[in-house]
Design a protein around this ligand. Structure first.
Ligand code: SF4
Ligand code: SF4
Length: 283
């Protein structure tokens, strides 16, 4: 079972919801894997406080040109969709951060002058806290190829048991890499005009991918009712509402989760999880 927790807008409480779901399921005796795919700023560990037991590099490949063989024909630069190569005379310049490792330049070079060499772009950390296994992806500073790190996290962490993915915010390529091939997506939002606007974008993305979705509303007692009307009109189930409770903000500031500090929320999260599975037709 693979569930992604996403949000069109950052700062809506996506990570909070993901960690609290994992903790209530673990408390109920389930083995859970949390996959921190918010690789530009992974922060699940700040709330889970796991013991990390391994770190490994995530590598991609970049082209390396053999100057002896290169004739300066420019074919490689012409086939590169990402403008990661430039040919000046007989010199081929490679811009590693732009390379998507598609291999086109290697394939089309008429002189077979290009080989691929590995390049580290991020790391994977593995850890555990009780019944919760954490797989955390982290993109190196200055790198842009977050989908490659996200896909590696999913490859390692999704093993058929319960997998909860903390996706990056937004609706661009990294989010699509995180939510693709999941059984359901929970979109966390808040009842503000920005929250609603970004939710609509996120719903459009998820529907294009053909994945069922539901909504969780954070700070649900603030703002306007337009959000509820939208979800009703679009037949999107709201499976969880978290009020604007000062005690939650205080717990957050201490790196503690809602259910650790406020046990009365446990049942709410358990019921929310069940409603999420039912709304996404997951047994
Ligand atoms: S395609 Fe090959 S031979 Fe042509 S410029 Fe690029 S590296 Fe050189
Ligand atoms: S591997 Fe693909 S993206 Fe990278 S430089 Fe070659 S053609 Fe461009």
């Amino acid at each position: 079972m693979k569930i992604a927790i996403a949000s069109g807008k950052g700062g809506t409480g996506k990570t909070t919801v993901a960690v609290n779901f994992a903790q209530v399921l673990a408390a109920a005796g389930q083995e859970v894997t949390l996959l921190d795919c918010d690789v530009e700023e992974p922060n699940v560990h700040l709330f889970l406080h796991p013991e990390f037991d391994s770190v490994s590099a995530v590598e991609t490949t970049i082209p390396q040109v053999d100057e002896e063989k290169c004739t300066g024909c420019r074919v490689c630069a012409e086939v590169c969709e990402y403008h990661a190569l430039a040919v000046l005379g007989k010199n081929v310049l490679v811009f590693p951060e732009l390379c998507h490792a598609c291999g086109a330049c290697v394939r089309f070079c008429p002189e077979e002058a290009i080989v691929e060499i590995p390049r580290e772009i991020g790391t994977i950390r593995k850890g555990r806290k009780g019944k919760i296994r954490l797989i955390e992806g982290r993109l190196n500073v200055g790198e842009v190829m977050s989908p490659a790190v996200i896909e590696r996290v999913k490859k390692i962490g999704l093993d058929g048991k319960i997998g909860i993915i903390d996706a990056p915010p937004g609706t661009s390529c990294p989010v699509i890499a995180a939510v693709r091939d999941t059984d359901g997506v929970l979109l966390v939002t808040e009842p503000t005009p920005f929250g609603l606007y970004d939710l609509k974008l996120a719903v459009g993305m998820v529907r294009l991918l053909g994945i069922p979705c539901a909504v969780a509303i954070n700070r649900s007692d603030l703002g306007e009712k337009e959000l509820w009307r939208y979800c009703s009109d679009e037949r999107i189930p709201i499976i969880l509402e978290i009020p604007n409770d000062r005690r939650i903000a205080e717990a957050y500031s201490r790196g503690r989760t809602i259910i650790e500090e406020l046990p009365e929320y446990r049942e709410k999260f358990l019921q929310g999880w069940q409603a999420l599975l039912e709304s996404c037709s997951i047994a």
